[in-house]
Design a protein around this ligand. Structure first.
Ligand SMILES: Nc1nc2c(ncn2[C@@H]2O[C@H](COP(=O)(O)OP(=O)(O)OP(=O)(O)O)[C@@H](O)[C@H]2O)c(=O)[nH]1
Ligand SMILES: [Mg+2]
Length: 340
């Protein structure tokens, strides 16, 4: 899974990239990094199992330092690159900057980005509809394209659930930008800054979550040792850095959950799409495990944490043998039994 940062010039995209990935100096035209999803459950299991390796769930983040042109906020090069993303992170400047004469205005920035995404897709849909009017071939994707066109014309993002899985598959090769998941990162000055009621209303109406983060502060924090970070946060009366909560929220917005595996070699979180059956989750580890799937020995982390061991969970009736169709839950600790 992949998330892409988009935003106006000097909104802080690259600083956000550095803060979230921990890469100290990212200044290339195209930055690609991985985000590790912090997970206290992995830390707890590692304390118990003392594994050789501990692995967090990850997703990919991209950032493009390609200047906007006069007539395109997102130059076509950027649009091509973000086609591969599953989630678009709107970085909105909510701090005063000496690098631009423009005052901070996150609502206008949001609207500009929204307009550009809508317009890009509207043109693609329109051209396709025009071509069909001449050719009259009636391809199977036409109803979905017309449906999208109608929504975009109303200056709206298509709401989640507007398209069936089949429709999405039919139009997937158009890489429509408005069909991607969205989240807004409001880039605050240190100490924060209020947001207007108009901003909050507009973004909520679009079903977009907004999340305040101070990118420069988070970047500094990400470069400190863990203890130093905690000390620093305590000084502000905080238990956790904003970027940690943001990363978790982005992970959820991507539609991902984690199942866990635990042993002496490795304790690991595996990212899967929410709703995945056990047999397909097994395939994330290895195709052999999927093919030879017998049972998923499952204990939920919360039970494991409460009872302290597999044996105690068994006694308390919290050890389950699940079949192929079982819907894996976030935090399930699974040992797959398989036969190849
Ligand atoms: N005060 C303050 N300054 C910030 C914050 N985030 C970024 N900046 C500063 O704003 C400037 C631009 O940040 P970048 O991260 O390079 O912004 P960008 O969106 O990647 O810029 P371009 O790629 O050039 O469009 C830098 O000098 C940052 O230090 C913030 O949260 N608060
Ligand atoms: Mg940049």
């Amino acid at each position: 899974m992949r998330a892409a940062l988009i935003g106006l010039p000097v909104s802080g995209k690259t600083t956000v990239f550095e803060a979230l990935t921990g890469i100290p100096e990212a200044k290339k035209e195209e930055n690609i990094g991985t985000i590790k999803v912090p997970d206290a459950r992995i830390d707890r299991l590692a304390e118990i199992y003392k594994p050789k390796k501990k692995t967090y769930a990850e997703f990919v983040l991209t950032d493009y330092n390609i200047a906007a042109t006069k007539d395109a906020l997102l130059p076509s090069q950027v649009k091509n690159l973000i086609q591969k993303a599953d989630l678009l992170i709107f970085v909105l400047r909510n701090f005063d900057s000496i690098m631009t004469a423009e005052p901070k205005d996150p609502l206008t920035e949001y609207r500009k980005l929204k307009d550009e995404l809508l317009l890009t897709d509207l043109i693609i849909a329109e051209k396709r509809i025009e071509r069909e009017a001449k050719e009259k071939k009636n391809p199977p994707e036409m109803p979905a394209i017309k449906k999208l066109h109608t929504i975009l014309e109303k200056n709206e993002f298509p709401a989640p659930g507007t398209f069936t899985t089949d429709e999405l598959a039919l139009i997937s090769n158009y890489s429509f930008l408005t069909l991607k998941k969205r989240i807004a990162l409001v880039n605050d000055p240190e100490g924060g800054a209020p947001l207007s009621a108009d901003f909050t209303a507009a973004i909520a109406a679009d079903g977009v979550l907004s999340f305040p983060v101070c990118a420069t502060l988070e970047k500094d924090l990400s470069q400190m040792a863990e203890e130093e970070q905690l000390e620093f946060l305590k000084g502000y009366g905080l238990a956790e850095a904003a970027r940690i909560r943001f990363i978790r929220t982005a992970y959820e917005t991507l539609g991902l959950i984690s199942f866990l595996t635990a042993g002496e070699d490795e304790v690991r979180a595996w990212p899967i799409r929410k709703g995945l059956p056990a047999v397909e989750a097994a395939g994330k580890i290895h195709s052999d495990i999927q093919r030879g799937f017998i049972r998923a020995e499952t204990i939920h982390f919360d039970d494991f944490n409460k009872y302290g061991s597999e044996a105690e969970c068994k006694k308390a009736g919290h050890y389950r043998l699940e079949g192929k169709e079982y819907t894996v839950k976030d935090g399930d600790i699974i040992n797959f039994r398989f036969n190849v």
